[in-house]
Write a protein that binds this ligand. Structure first.
Ligand code: PMT
Length: 212
């Protein structure tokens, strides 16, 4: 009966009608979380960037978006009605300042794209969070993992953060497995590499402890 919002997948930031800035997120981790919440009886709002994965469960309401701004608008709109949010999406921190109306032609030897910052969805939800709501973030790191994750936990006012590192082969983007640590203000717990469905179970076990 809890209402849980999950962001999943990448965002695409348009350069022109045929090109974008994006990343390798497949949506698998976020969709596994949505399915695990739904399996336990939650009402799930799944805000998904452009992905090729499906979710067939009845109690998952899927909202498809493309850009960070669209994901931000959907998340900020839905969050006040939620008991918790899990922010698993790999969101582009910057977007092109201007989107060309027509396909950009190959002229000159180099090309510059001026980027401007995107809103930070997690940080905004951290500001909006009220008593009784739980906010969970992810940290995808390549170095100084624990330090960076801890910084994001504080900066975005999260209740706990799920750290995954690209240094662990066969995990994170696109793969069917992941290896995580869960870091809260009080504790850090390291988990073995396992299927994303099982990782989702570990994360939701931790979330349940935080829900009132
Ligand atoms: O989709 P898969 O292929 O299964 O891969 C899963 C995953 C590797 C994408 C996932 O496990 C993961 O790590 N997701 C977070 C990726 C990320 O962008 O992390 P970050 O450290 O850059 O961001 C920190 C947190 O802030 C994240 O919760 C992110 O969703 C959030 N964020 C970031 C930027 C932004 N503008 N808005 C945000 O809400």
């Amino acid at each position: 009966g809890k209402r849980i919002m999950i962001t999943a997948g990448p965002t695409y930031e348009k350069i022109d009608p045929v090109r974008f800035i994006g990343n390798y997120s497949s949506g698998k981790m976020g969709f596994a979380l949505a399915e695990e919440c739904a399996r336990r009886g939650a009402e799930v709002t799944l805000i998904a960037g452009p992905v090729n994965v499906q979710c067939t469960m009845n109690n998952v309401q899927r909202v498809d978006v493309e850009s960070c701004q669209q994901m931000y608008d959907a998340a900020v709109h839905a969050f006040p009605q939620m008991d918790a949010a899990i922010l698993c999406a790999a969101v582009a921190d910057f977007r092109p300042a201007e989107v060309a109306d027509q396909k950009i032609k190959r002229v000159g030897k180099t090309m510059d794209i001026h980027l401007v910052p995107n809103p930070d969805i997690a940080a905004e939800l951290g500001r909006m969070k009220r008593e009784g709501q739980t906010l969970v973030g992810f940290a995808l790191e390549t170095n100084d993992e624990q330090q960076n994750a801890q910084h994001k936990l504080e900066k975005k006012n999260l209740d706990f953060i799920v750290l995954n590192s690209l240094r662990n082969e066969g995990t994170c983007f696109k793969s069917d497995e992941n290896q995580i640590s869960i870091i809260s203000r009080k504790a850090k717990k390291d988990y073995d590499k396992k299927a994303k469905a099982d990782v989702a179970r570990d994360i939701i076990d931790e979330l349940v402890k935080n829900l009132s």
